[in-house]
Design a protein around this ligand. Structure first.
Ligand SMILES: NC(=O)c1ccc[n+]([C@@H]2O[C@H](COP(=O)([O-])OP(=O)(O)OC[C@H]3O[C@@H](n4cnc5c(N)ncnc54)[C@H](OP(=O)(O)O)[C@@H]3O)[C@@H](O)[C@H]2O)c1
Ligand SMILES: [Zn+2]
Ligand SMILES: [Zn+2]
Length: 360
């Protein structure tokens, strides 16, 4: 069933929907479910624009269920709670990230790694339990099971904090689980976009040495002066790449396009780890020798659990860590998407939903 207006879900909401692989979004009215006993209804004030939204609305992953209402960096205020809800009250500052439900009983769920549940229901473009398709945060409200809602710390702003709900947790998780959060270790951040720029900030908060590896020489000054990176390597510059060879304990790879792994694996120390986060639609190019020779690890990582997301945002608040954002109105989302596709964002677009997504 399409996510647009249905009789099954009587509550109306406004949204921005993509209708085909052109990826252009236009306003639409959708239906949301009523607030169930375990649910929290949220007035959405801000929603980040993740590159995964762009991949999805353009059907680059060949899984779009149109109309697609993207958005999984949702921040807003609780407007209603179901009768069983324990953790939240009306008026609370909250967020929703990439998932809105899982089976809550499989091995992954029991281990607190529900982001790897095979029955995961993503925040958008995913089949919900009632057969409808989930609609994300490019919308003025959402209803979510309380177990998948994150509490915003008091000091965390909703606009600059919203991107932490995907970009933040996606980089925090592999750092935590692969020992790439230890003071003094040297980490490379490949790709300085939405994920990459918060990876630099988390790595600095962990006390690490950070080198940005980028295709964009013009990002150097900001990377070092504003974001706090210790070094900046332009990947097309053979001399710069050579001088960084064999120096890194790990690389957080956020490149959104398919790139040759060979030169980047060379930057790792023996037994270093390359963690893939980027999800280009085309296969990666990799030489076995580049991996086997130095006993290196190539791993992937997908989002993070709810427990880790709460831990991450609390840690970010303690360290005054937020995303660098460009706030855009609902009417400018198509323009923002074009700039995101060209890699022109510094460093995350956030939609000012509360002030600009209003009925005409
Ligand atoms: N694993 C997960 O759970 C997860 C979660 C969220 C997003 N993602 C994926 O992660 C990727 C990045 O997301 P994002 O929102 O951070 O995107 P973004 O803001 O567009 O940043 C991606 C960065 O990749 C670099 N890049 C682009 N084309 C490149 C190329 N041809 N070669 C090398 N580097 C290139 C650019 O950095 P420079 O200009 O510095 O080179 C660009 O800023 C996307 O594929 C997204 O779908 C995965
Ligand atoms: Zn995302
Ligand atoms: Zn499960």
């Amino acid at each position: 069933m399409a996510p647009a207006e249905s009789e099954q879900h009587p509550r109306k909401a406004l949204a921005l929907a993509a209708h085909d692989a052109s990826g252009r979004v236009t306003p639409i009215r959708i239906s949301r479910r009523d607030t169930g006993d375990d649910d929290v209804a949220i007035q959405i004030l801000y929603c980040g624009i993740c590159h995964s939204d762009l991949h999805t609305i353009k059907n680059e992953w060949r899984n779009a269920i149109y109309p697609v209402i993207a958005g999984h960096e949702i921040a807003g205020l609780v407007t209603e709670v179901g009768k069983n809800v324990q953790k939240f009250s009306v008026g609370d500052k909250v967020g929703v990230g990439c998932m809105v439900n899982t089976c809550q009983s499989c091995e992954s769920c029991n281990e607190g790694l529900e982001n790897y549940c095979s029955k995961i229901i993503f925040t958008y473009n995913s089949r919900d339990r009632d057969g409808t398709v989930t609609c994300g945060g490019y919308s003025d409200m959402v209803v979510v099971n309380e177990n998948f809602v994150i509490r915003f710390p008091d000091s965390m702003p909703l606009d600059k904090g919203a991107p932490l709900l995907c970009a933040g947790i996606t980089v925090y998780t592999p750092m935590k689980y692969h020992g790439l959060n230890e003071p003094g270790k040297h980490i490379g951040v490949l790709g300085l976009g939405g994920l990459g720029h918060v990876a630099v900030k988390f790595a600095k908060a962990f006390g690490m040495r950070v080198t940005v590896i980028s295709t964009s020489p013009d990002k150097k000054e900001e990377a070092m002066e504003r974001l706090g990176a210790d070094a900046f390597v332009v990947s097309s510059d053979a001399n710069q790449m050579k001088s960084a060879m064999g120096t890194m304990h790990g690389i957080i790879n956020t490149a959104s396009a398919s790139v040759s792994m060979y030169p980047y694996l060379g930057l790792l120390k023996p037994q270093g780890k390359m963690i893939l986060l980027g999800l280009p639609e085309k296969p990666l190019q990799i030489s076995a020798f580049a991996l086997v020779g130095g006993g290196k690890t190539l791993a992937g990582s997908c989002m993070g659990s709810i427990r880790d997301t709460q831990e991450m945002i609390d840690f970010a608040a303690e360290h005054g860590l937020t995303a660098d954002i460009e706030l855009v109105g609902a009417e400018d989302v198509n323009w923002a998407m074009e700039r995101l596709a060209k890699g022109e964002v510094r460093y995350r677009f956030v939609i000012d939903v509360g002030n600009t997504l209003v009925a005409a």
